[in-house]
Design a protein around this ligand. Structure first.
Ligand SMILES: [Zn+2]
Length: 236
């Protein structure tokens, strides 16, 4: 690889040295890359404001084994409406953090890229189902990355009736007859979450979840992601 040009989302930004930024980008074509944007924090830098968190950018960079070097960057969208609400920003950042933690470096992940873009577009348009859409996006992303949780039947015996617990270490739900330490999840909620994985993200709002369901779903997703990170020894 030499010089590359393409689209990316900004997943993480850190200050470096006097005036540089180290940015973690989720590029459409080359997956997750870490790059240095020299002088980006300098007053009047051409790169100023381009590499803010959750921005969608066009970037030109020199690909290197470790740290890529950004040579140009331009804003495609800063999702200004989304960023007008703290709650929505936190919702989007949870998915951003999941991508930063779970994406393997330098590997194209078109499925996850598309899901993230669809989510940010939905949040930017002010969907009334923002949180539910974010949970759906997270479940869809872990699934396209090869870690789809088993939510249709007990992972041990295949029982579909429940009652169930979600057991992160087993990658899905386990019925009361089969052992496993986890969190209680109703058969209905397990099916709803399963439906969220298969349904287009734009239709995530059609699955009816109560406030209690949503908070349980958040818990399930976050425990599951922690389990995935633990087993791959990635940093959180
Ligand atoms: Zn069972």
């Amino acid at each position: 690889m030499g010089i590359e040009r393409g689209e990316a989302f900004v997943l993480r930004v850190r200050d470096f040295a006097e005036s540089d930024l180290i940015v973690t980008l989720f590029t459409e074509q080359w997956g997750k890359r870490t790059a240095i944007a020299k002088g980006a924090r300098r007053f009047k830098s051409r790169l100023g404001g381009v590499f803010d968190l959750l921005n969608r950018v066009e970037v030109v960079f020199y690909a290197k084994a470790q740290l890529d070097l950004v040579s140009q960057g331009a804003l495609i969208s800063s999702y200004s409406h989304l960023k007008g609400s703290l709650a929505t920003v936190l919702t989007a950042l949870a998915v951003c953090k999941l991508l930063d933690s779970l994406l393997p470096p330098h590997q194209q992940e078109s499925g996850a890229y598309t899901i993230f873009m669809q989510l940010l577009d939905l949040l930017e348009r002010g969907t009334p189902h923002g949180e539910q859409s974010a949970i759906a996006a997270m479940l869809k992303i872990v699934s396209v990355l090869g870690h789809r949780p088993q939510l249709a039947a007990c992972v041990r015996c295949g029982n579909t009736r429940g009652p169930f617990r979600f057991v992160p270490a087993r990658g899905g739900i386990v019925c009361a007859k089969c052992e496993g330490q986890g969190i209680d999840i109703s058969p209905g909620l397990a099916l709803s979450l399963n439906a969220l994985i298969d349904r287009p993200l734009s239709r995530a709002g059609i699955v009816r979840l109560t406030k209690g369901d949503l908070s349980r779903a958040r818990e399930v997703v976050s425990l599951y992601v922690r389990q995935l990170l633990g087993s791959s020894n990635s940093e959180l």
